[in-house]
Design a protein around this ligand. Structure first.
Ligand code: AMP
Length: 185
């Protein structure tokens, strides 16, 4: 069970859990958010373009993240497994991923949706204090999630790949449930 898509709103705990699972199952944690923040810090052409969207809580255009993922999934360390955290985030990206995996003869095992109520997400994000986490930006990121990303729950349900995990319990409890879900496949 080595190819996993983590779905969920910002603040749902995807990144934290992805780190644990990545260590536990020895598969790379691929976070488009981390890759974009790195590009912003390096002031690469991609970073300069992406920053304007990220600062407002908007999604970066599909074409930019699609290129990142195509490149990353081609690396040797991603050939026998991966966790995608924060990608796909739109139906266009999810369709691209299906096409790319077909092209490189891979399949995902599960799309795991971390379920957390909005009010809890806002609390968590305000507490986290990352510099893209001001209250207005947080609210916009949640709106964007509901408009553009939450349709992916149905997308993966229709492909019979969706599993829901209750993300509104302690980090340790989420980890335990997650490991069971992944082992069961
Ligand atoms: P994250 O750390 O996953 O919350 O991502 C931080 C920000 O990076 C998001 O608010 C978006 O602006 C951008 N981003 C990350 N992943 C994607 C993606 N798959 N598609 C578009 N924008 C993304």
């Amino acid at each position: 069970m080595g190819r996993l898509i983590f779905l969920g709103a910002p603040g749902a705990g995807k990144g934290t859990q992805a780190k644990t699972i990545s260590d536990c199952f020895n598969i790379p944690h691929i976070s488009t958010g981390d890759m974009l923040r790195f590009s912003v810090a390096q002031q690469t052409p991609l970073g300069v373009k992406a920053k304007a969207y990220m600062d407002k809580g908007e999604l970066v255009p599909d074409a930019l993240v699609i290129d990142l993922i195509r490149e990353r999934l081609g690396h040797p360390d991603a050939q026998s497994g991966w966790i995608l955290d924060g990608f796909p985030r739109t139906v266009v990206q999810a369709q691209f991923l299906d096409d790319l995996l077909l092209e490189i003869s891979q399949v995902y095992d599960l799309a795991i949706n971390f379920d957390v109520p909005d009010d809890v997400l806002v609390e968590r994000l305000l507490g986290r204090g990352r510099n893209d986490d001001t209250e207005d930006v947080i609210r916009r990121r949640l709106e964007v999630y509901h408009e553009q990303t939450s349709p992916l729950i149905d997308f993966y349900r229709a492909r019979q790949k969706l599993v829901n995990v209750d993300g509104n319990v302690s980090m340790e409890e989420v980890s335990i449930e997650l490991k069971q879900v992944i082992k069961k496949g």
